[in-house]
Design a protein around this ligand. Sequence first.
Ligand SMILES: [Fe+2]
Length: 386
Amino acid sequence: MHFEYYMPTRLIFGRGKLEELAKRPLPGKKALIVITNGRSMRSLGYLARVENCLKKQGIEAVVFDKVLPNPVEEHVMEAAELVRNENCDFIIGLGGGSAIDSAKSVAVMARNPGSYWEYVKGERQLSENVLPIIAIPTTAGTGTESDPWTVITNSETNEKVGFGIPETFPFLSIIDPELMVSVPTRLTAYQGMDAFFHSVEGYLANVAQPVSDLYALDSIRLINEYLPQAVADGNNLQAREQMAWASTQAGMVESISSCISEHSMEHALSAFYPELPHGAGLVALSVPYYSYLLKKDRKKVKERYIDMARAMGKSGDKPELFISALKELIEKVGLGGLRLSEWGKKKDEAENLAANSFEAMGFLYSLDPVPLSRQDATCVIRDAIY
Ligand SMILES: [Fe+2]
């Protein structure tokens, strides 16, 4: 047994904990607050609350509010310039994964020269510090509050790639489930399923380790129990709270184990179709993907499928139980009728999408429990498109 465990983020978790922002030592004197281009952070009053907390500590703030649901590199570069012009010394991401991931990428580019993409591609090494990052998630799904990953799309090349280094772990994350009651039903389902697959993939990855296994199985159990409740009633704070913790645990799974090629395939789908929500892409891929792994090498995944099925309340010793539990969960969260063709996808694109998934995020294929070829990926994607 060999593994490393590194989780440098301070997590403050609980209802009403946003107010801790006014009390805790913060890593600078002037913040850039990154939010998306939607209205919700203003209309729900979350932005004003964050600004007030900072004011109580004598900290100034500037807002960057252009981030798209699938964030693009241009906005990272623009916000980094704003940081330099305004002399900000730390970055706050407030919102869903797109706002927080953008905050991380802005923190990387604020002091470093060149284009963001050169660092993502490994063509250039960081020469200057990454600014400290504070994550305040208002959704439960990406796990970005407890992982170093930031996912940005290069709209010129249609590549949507995850990037992360030890410095892009947040300095502080405040996870306040009360901020999550406002998430609409459909998004709650998509985001919760994203967290679910972070844990499932991290449990199956060939780099899984004892601590990630504990977090993964617990978050699979919690999501199976509480996501249907959060979807049925968004104001159910207990369900929101359990989902927030499940998502944060799943983020830690992504940090100390890893996602596998299901995420590479999904990033290819949503790089070409930016309107496709990440969680929707994952759900559509999931049954074909996990059935394929089982068919390809039953022995390699059998035990772990059974463990996950048990975490989802199934008893028995057949790995197929995990596929049935997954289908039931998808039904229970109202995503049973999801079709990729609604987003314009066609079966004959499968080969290109599979190729893109290897080019942009090929690394995750090396962590799969069962090695998949381009041909295999094409089959999975083709099965998922209908
Ligand atoms: Fe994800």
